[in-house]
Design a protein around this ligand. Structure first.
Ligand SMILES: Cc1cc2nc3c(=O)[nH]c(=O)nc-3n(C[C@H](O)[C@H](O)[C@H](O)COP(=O)(O)OP(=O)(O)OC[C@H]3O[C@@H](n4cnc5c(N)ncnc54)[C@H](O)[C@@H]3O)c2cc1C
Length: 410
């Protein structure tokens, strides 16, 4: 019997596992979750929100909570890289640009509170620092340097798992089919991922407690559903050739919020190499896409695996990809892209905008989920909170517990 079984081998779960092995070395811990599928279009199991090569990392954020989580996590990156021997952090810088007065005030407050190395630029300063980008005259930007840039989320998960395994954690590469909570323990029924030849009905694993970190799939394993707004999200990948990569070699990650009819907020990564041997600039819309002709699908609290499967078998939303393509060319005039394609992903939002980190069932079932589109860079700090709370039943004091309480679906 395990002391704690973490369910979901993603960014939050792998971080929690490593913290459990570091802070509670006497506990017997495991993580249960499948590996990334080889073929997205034919895969019939569960998916994740981190199957990608880049997630923006930076401290500056309109929310002080996310700023603090990011700062704490970023401080741990070198130790995780050392402990695992896996490099996942790329210091490309991050430019936040906006022409919205309320956003300017929030970012100024965050810059003052956390003081990451940065320059505050007007539109002329932006054009001088990043001549390949176009800014209108009303823009203000925070050019964050130092540790800002992007992380490779696949490599971060691999690094957390490698470090945790070196400390004695077990990794069980199966899908959890059901959780049965009894008085003395939790029984976890698993099935094997479809890519693995069947060897029977899957195992039953017992643990004193579980920490559920199944991202957009968390509700599929809970009888009483959480208020999780799981939403389809389309990303655009613009392939760039080596000479364009060389021209854009100083390009930072970019988050831009503006008053534009189609696109109110977008994020963009600099050219990043992908496993297919090509290099892509990746874009996503981070603001409200509901004003677009048809919004991306929304999965209510009672969704099942097969509804999510249908979404992951598409190429995302074509009209949203077109809107992003236009926005990309507005921001980088003269960009020479070789090809474009779009990919589906999933964002899991909570009722209050912070992750849910809570105890659900007489102290046996703990939950840590709801990245709200921001949790990759901050997953290590979120994982530490979840690990400490699950292991001790005591809330770590530096954050207010009520800010992370789980909200049930009405
Ligand atoms: C396109 C996109 C861009 C993003 N960009 C950024 C960014 O730039 N910066 C940033 O900080 N954040 C970003 N995010 C958000 C970030 O990726 C997520 O917040 C983060 O992945 C959430 O981590 P998680 O562990 O909750 O979920 P995941 O990483 O999705 O992990 C959940 C895990 O649960 C597993 N699972 C599901 N069901 C089961 C089951 N039944 N049994 C066992 N395991 C199961 C899955 O296999 C998966 O591995 C982005 C998200 C998307 C979709």
């Amino acid at each position: 019997m395990y002391d704690i079984a973490v369910i979901g081998k993603g960014l939050m779960g792998s971080a929690a596992l490593r913290h459990l092995t570091v802070d509670f070395p006497n506990l017997r811990v495991c993580i249960i979750g499948p590996d990334e599928p080889e073929n997205r279009k034919t895969h019939a199991g569960v998916f994740a929100s981190h199957y990608d090569q880049g997630r923006i990392t930076r401290v500056l954020d309109p929310s002080p909570m996310w700023g603090q989580m990011a700062q704490e996590s970023i401080a741990q990156y070198p130790a995780i890289e050392r402990a695992s021997g896996i490099v996942f952090h790329h210091r490309a810088g991050c430019l936040r640009a906006t022409d919205l007065p309320e956003r300017i005030a929030e970012l100024d407050a965050c810059a003052e509170q956390f003081a990451p190395p940065h320059k505050r630029l007007d539109a002329e300063g932006c054009r001088a620092a990043h001549p390949y980008l176009r800014f209108s005259d009303d823009f203000v930007a925070w050019d964050e340097v130092g540790e800002a840039g992007y992380i490779n989320p696949r490599q971060l998960v691999a690094a957390q798992l490698t470090a945790a395994q070196a400390n004695g954690a077990a990794v069980i590469r199966e899908i959890v089919a059901a959780i049965e909570c009894k008085q003395d323990a939790v029984t976890i029924h698993t099935r094997q991922p479809p890519s693995v030849p069947p060897t029977g009905q899957g195992e039953a694993i017992r643990a004193r407690k579980i920490l559920l970190c199944a991202g957009g799939y968390s509700n599929t394993l809970l009888e009483r559903k959480l208020d999780l707004r799981t939403k389809g999200h389309t990303i655009l990948l613009a392939e760039v050739a080596p000479d364009e990569v060389a021209r854009l070699r100083t390009m930072p990650s970019i988050i831009s919020t503006f008053a534009h009819a189609d696109v109110s907020s977008l994020y963009m990564l600099p050219p990043v190499p992908y496993p297919d041997g090509k290099t892509y600039i990746k874009l996503g819309l981070s603001g409200n896409t509901d004003e677009l002709p048809a919004p991306e699908p929304f999965f209510d609290a009672r969704h099942n695996d097969s509804e999510l499967l249908d979404w992951f078998h598409t190429d995302g939303r074509e009209d949203i990809a077109e809107a992003m393509k236009a926005a990309l060319h507005r921001m980088i005039p003269g960009l020479q892209a070789v090809s474009y394609h779009s990919v589906p992903c999933l964002i899991t939002k909570t009722a209050h905008g912070n992750p849910y980190i809570d105890s659900l069932d007489a102290g046996r079932i703990y939950v840590m989920t709801g990245g709200n589109g921001y949790a990759a860079k901050s997953s290590d700090a979120i994982g530490r909170l979840g690990a400490q709370f699950c292991a001790t039943g005591e809330w770590p004091s530096e954050f207010a517990r009520e800010d992370f309480h789980a909200v049930y679906s009405p």
